[in-house]
Design a protein around this ligand. Structure first.
Ligand code: NDP
Length: 337
């Protein structure tokens, strides 16, 4: 069976040659009495943080991918063999596993059963999983939205952004999203119910663009991109604004000397900005169940819609990941293994 390995630490923009999809000789055996579980991967979640794990400095503290070794991350799969009483053949499970068509999970450790009768398995990698929960943590717990407030979200047509915008509407806010194509802008307004949307590649003067789309200023900024956009936002926020620092994808593929240096951060003082960076895994123990309950309701009622960008075949991993970093994905990017 096949697996995805790290071929090289990227220098600047990630390239397809930084990955290798190769055959592995690893035998698939589940020893009797071992408590082990064999999983056939169904979907791989493509997440921007993999770019940080491909680097040479462990910024996130999750451990780095090693050259020549399999990469790993969020997946859903089906149990195909089990010596573990908690899992039986046919169970659909969520976990952080190697990107390999089949994986033996020692003692089933870290696997979590999901209910495939409630939602398609891939939803547990998106709207009912980590990215959706990220949207909820950043908007609800950090942004503390109040009825009628003005919300801005970047990378708005992606996994996290689409949920941020729709939750903002549920919480009674006016929301404007920014994304990198006319197709995405249209999707935000017609499908996800955003009040307005910006194609940041067309509207290059960020400051003018924000003044135009936010005549009443910004109360909450959900930041997925960092850099120049975040800097422009500092000038346009209202008194007591909240900024949830979720990600900085505009900076991940730059060399250190190329990264954007903030010019407007000092506005944080007179505007009394509350700004908080967060890593979603820290909130899971306390709030994940509450989130899934709330979001399942919205999805069932049709209050929140969900769009996925599905690429078929493990072989396509390198291209799909580069696509995620360059905005080729419309919606949550997953590989159908
Ligand atoms: P997305 O599905 O949004 O995909 C990434 C998108 O980023 C692309 O589609 C592209 O859309 C946009 N993008 C790429 N390069 C740039 C750039 N230079 N400037 C502006 N936009 C760019 O990914 P996710 O929803 O999974 O992740 C969104 C953000 O959330 C990331 O920064 C990620 O690191 C962060 N994150 C943080 C978590 C946390 O715990 N803090 C957890 C999960 C995600 P476009 O066409 O609009 O450019």
């Amino acid at each position: 069976h096949k697996q995805v390995v790290l071929a090289a630490n990227p220098k600047g923009m990630v390239k397809e040659t930084d990955f290798r999809v190769e055959e592995t000789e690893t035998e698939l055996v589940v020893q009797p009495g071992s408590n082990d579980v064999a999983v056939k991967l169904l979907y791989i979640s493509l997440d921007p943080y993999y770019r940080e794990l491909m680097a040479e400095e462990d910024v996130l503290g999750f451990g780095l991918y090693q050259i020549g070794q399999p990469m790993w991350g969020g997946v859903v799969g089906e149990v195909v063999m089990s010596e573990n009483a908690e899992f039986k053949t046919g169970d659909i499970v969520l976990g952080h596993l190697k990107f390999s068509e089949y994986v033996i999970v020692p003692k089933g450790q870290g696997l979590q059963k999901v209910d495939a009768s409630q939602a398609p398995p891939s939803y547990y990698l998106g709207v009912l999983g980590m990215p959706g929960f990220t949207a909820w943590v950043g908007l609800k717990l950090i942004g503390k939205p109040k009825n009628g407030e003005q919300v801005f979200v970047t990378a708005a047509a992606g996994a996290v952004g689409q949920i941020v915008g729709q939750l903002a509407k549920v919480y009674g806010c006016r929301v404007v999203g920014s994304a990198g194509s006319d197709e995405k802008v249209k999707l935000l307004k017609s499908e996800f119910g955003f009040d307005d949307a910006i194609n940041y590649k067309e509207e290059k003067d960020l400051s003018a663009s924000l003044s135009k789309h936010f005549p009443e200023g910004i109360d909450i900024y959900f930041d997925n991109v960092g850099g120049e956009t975040l800097d422009a936002v500092f000038k346009k926020v209202n008194l007591n604004a909240r900024i949830a620092l979720c990600g900085a994808i505009s900076q991940y593929n730059l060399l250190e000397e190329e990264r954007y240096g903030m010019k407007n951060l000092f506005y944080a003082v007179p505007k009394c900005i509350q700004m908080e960076g967060f890593v979603v895994s820290k909130f899971m123990g306390e709030h994940m169940q509450e989130y899934v309950k709330e979001m399942s309701g919205y999805v069932k009622e049709g209050k929140v819609k969900y769009k996925e960008h599905v690429t078929k075949g493990l072989d396509q991993f390198p291209g799909a990941f580069v696509g995620l970093m360059t905005g080729q994905n419309v919606g949550k990017s997953v590989i159908y293994v």
